[in-house]
Design a protein around this ligand. Sequence first.
Ligand code: G3I
Length: 371
Amino acid sequence: MPTTKRRQLLANALCAAALSTTTISACSATPASDAIIEPVASIPALNARARRRGMFYGAAVNHEALIKDPATMARVDAECGMVVGEASFKWEAVHPAANRYDFSQSDALLAWATKHEIRTRGHALVWHEANPEWLTSTINSGNAEKLLTDHIKTVAGRYAKRLAHWDVVNEALDDVPGRQPLGLRDTIWLRALGPAYLDIAFHATAAADPQALRVLNDYGTDYTIPWQERKRAAMLELLSTLMHRGVPIQAVGLQAHLDAAEITLDQKVLSRFVADIASMGLKVIVTELDVRDDRLPADIPSRDIAVADHAKAWLDAVLPNPAVLGVLTWGLSDRHSWLNTKFPRPDGLRQRPLPLDEELNRKKLWSALAT
Ligand code: G3I
């Protein structure tokens, strides 16, 4: 098929996706009589499109959706090549008591993903949140290394050879660098072990599951606002220091929790940041993309356009770098977004931060991801 024809078909398909209609006549440059009726279902899904660019697309899945929302899970199956548990692999889920592990949620997600031939990423072996009370109340400099290495050996060992990635350490950096060594966040792990907790965690993960890509995951590196400028610099310094110490980090996770009302997105700065990470021989994964709209007016069509345009500006700066392995959104449908809890809209309306709306229709953000 001549290139122009194929491009035109793809452009029409994209347009149809944006309109979430089953015909492409409304978008086609060719007269309706020549338009090929292409049902939305046959329009390649997000992961199929990502694979054509040598990447993957995936989404976070929360346990409630997995067990109670089959319609959403059907769309996850259709659109995604990777899933991540929104909370299912965290300490409070898998290690609820000092001498008890509970893999019911993590096993359930992995079983679903395996059945649907979708890869799974682990999130997260070390974080300052979602820790059970037994851990935060007992950890000290004398027991911390054993607590950490036993947890990683048990959890990463259980899923060895079955996970694509592990977010080994999540949100290690302080939002206000300079308060702790290496700009690190003041956490139970830093207090108990110092910066060496990162070395311990990454080496333990490499020993437990050599196959899973080992990721340092963080947020707040997206805009040219001063604290994020400092956080990008702190990230690069931390990566350089750790790699010089022989810490087996393989990739950086950019969470990309974006804000459609933020006007300080500088594509050159963002592209440079990704290139600096890649220059260290590290891969990059967009791990938690969503776009909060709580600071935008209520009108849904204009909100959807602003969210999509903002995400596309960010993605256009990041995705061209060959070090980028893929994109996950922090949920697939607006039905399940943490943002309605964390940043409720003042007008009480639900946020629209994800590729599918609450009725599971594809939105402008879907099209932004699809191009
Ligand atoms: O599973 C329990 C359930 O049994 C119980 O009935 C229910 C009510 O208490 O809580 C459920 O656990 C909740 C869990 O989400 C699963 O829904 C936790 O209370 C709740 O704190 C947890 O929130 C998650 C949060 O991380 C903390 O783990 C959010 O859904 C999740 O979106 C958020 O994700 C984080 C990433 O891990 C890191 N990056 C930022 C991102 C947003 O904060």
